[in-house]
Design a protein around this ligand. Structure first.
Ligand code: PMP
Length: 406
């Protein structure tokens, strides 16, 4: 077990030294977007200043170098999630884009009239709306796996819902609104008994835990760079080759083709078949740097540290009278959603912001989750490895302050 000095790691994040509304920033909105360490920002900056050129089609040195840097992120990503092949790693603009790609392309080919798409009750809108769009197009149906009062998937209901009409199961690995960790490995094993593929929305899992797509046996796995210390505008879709080969291209244009004429176009091989146009090169290189950075700390150490902080924050927050935590699953990651009967979440967020404490309030792009728990929204503190106990103490003091106010 590697000993990591998390106080030292904090120094990699310049933003944590700034003040907001006259107070040192406490950043607890990591589920929305994580902060970027200097190493990643420097790498992106260096690319812009010294290396910029278009990739994939240049004969000149800058273009070839840029292609190598940009493509090296594919191998880093493959290794990071233990995918079998680099060509199973598709670059996208983020989790939303990755899920839209699968819903649209897999949907065109494999979803038919009367088929069912199985989602959990606590999905992010990004893992609901793309499926509704293809369901409408194909006259297919959305089926919903309910969760219990703790925010845990109801296993028997899941088993009951799986059937020969199920075209795909799409489920979040970790809920961004509640922090519940779905038992995706077991879910995938059950779905595979009926040859049903499973897409996992891993936006909130990859930044906080060791993810091994082969061990999970996931058919598709989606995540975003900006939640794992990388830049915005970039993300990953992992897909099993056997599906990706069969799926039609998602967007047409340069780079994704083999030969084009007005009569007919043939498409590039994987992964390029799904990557049309000039990509976000700097962002891709940035994700590579972010993966290097996270590997330098180690995902196991990160998960362990975040669980310490999650437990500490949960205990401290529960000491506040009237505070109720929404989402009390046994297996949780990095997110605490809470409410008061008599104080609006937005008001808590506003008072915390006055003290320099950043949390998220509202429905967290998960309106069905809010409906399930009978609340209009929650206040959500989401933790990263560069937070510390002092941040949690400031949060708790801040919430107490807000309580006094109302
Ligand atoms: N799924 C989950 C679980 C998320 O938390 C998020 C981001 N809040 C998304 C999908 C969408 O990610 P992005 O906005 O980066 O596409």
């Amino acid at each position: 077990d590697k000993k990591v000095d998390f106080d030292l790691i904090r120094k990699d994040f310049p933003v944590l030294k700034r003040t907001v509304n006259g107070n040192l920033l406490v950043y607890l909105d990591n589920a929305a977007s994580s902060q970027m360490p200097e190493q990643v920002a420097d790498r992106i900056d260096y690319y812009h200043r010294h290396e910029h050129a278009n990739v994939h089609r240049g004969i000149h040195t800058l273009s070839q170098e840029g292609t190598d840097f940009y493509e090296s992120t594919r191998e880093k990503t493959r290794a990071f999630i233990n995918a079998k092949e680099q060509r199973e790693i598709i670059y996208t603009s983020g989790t939303t884009d990755s899920i839209n790609l699968v819903a649209s392309s897999f949907g065109k080919k494999f979803i038919g009239e009367g088929d069912e798409i199985l989602l959990s009750e606590i999905e992010h809108h990004a893992n609901i709306v793309p499926w509704q769009m293809i369901a409408k197009e194909k006259n297919a149906h959305i089926r919903v796996i309910p969760v219990d009062d703790k925010g845990e998937l109801i296993w028997d209901e899941y088993l009951d819902l799986l059937n020969e009409r199920t075209a795909i199961v799409a489920v979040g690995h970790v809920s961004n609104a509640l922090g519940s960790v779905h038992p995706v490995k077991e879910m995938i094993a059950e779905a595979h008994k009926l040859d049903i593929p499973v897409l996992v929305d891993g936006a909130q899992a990859v930044p906080h835990s060791v993810v091994d797509v082969q061990d999970l046996d996931a058919d598709f796995y989606a995540f975003s760079s900006h939640k794992m210390c990388g830049p915005t505008g970039f993300g990953i879709l992992y897909g099993k080759e056997k599906y990706l080969e069969e799926m039609p291209p998602y967007r047409g244009g340069g780079d994704m083709i083999d030969k084009v004429s007005f009569e007919e176009t043939t498409f590039n091989s994987l992964p390029h078949k799904f990557e049309a146009g000039t990509p976000p090169i700097a962002a891709g290189i940035g994700l590579g740097a972010a993966i290097d950075y996270l590997n330098g700390i180690g995902m196991e150490s990160i998960a362990k540290r975040e669980h310490e902080l999650l437990n500490y924050a949960t205990d401290e927050l529960l000491n506040i009278e009237g505070l109720k935590i929404i989402g009390t699953a046994e297996n949780k990651a990095s997110v605490i959603s809470f409410v008061f009967d008599d104080i609006h979440a937005t008001d808590i967020g506003t008072i915390l912001d006055q003290q320099g404490i950043a949390i998220r309030t509202g429905h967290h792009c998960a309106q069905p989750t809010m409906k399930r728990f009978g609340v209009p929204g929650t206040a959500r503190a989401s933790i990263s490895f560069y937070n510390n106990e002092h941040d949690i103490d400031r949060l708790v003091e801040g919430v107490k302050e807000a309580k006094k106010f109302f």
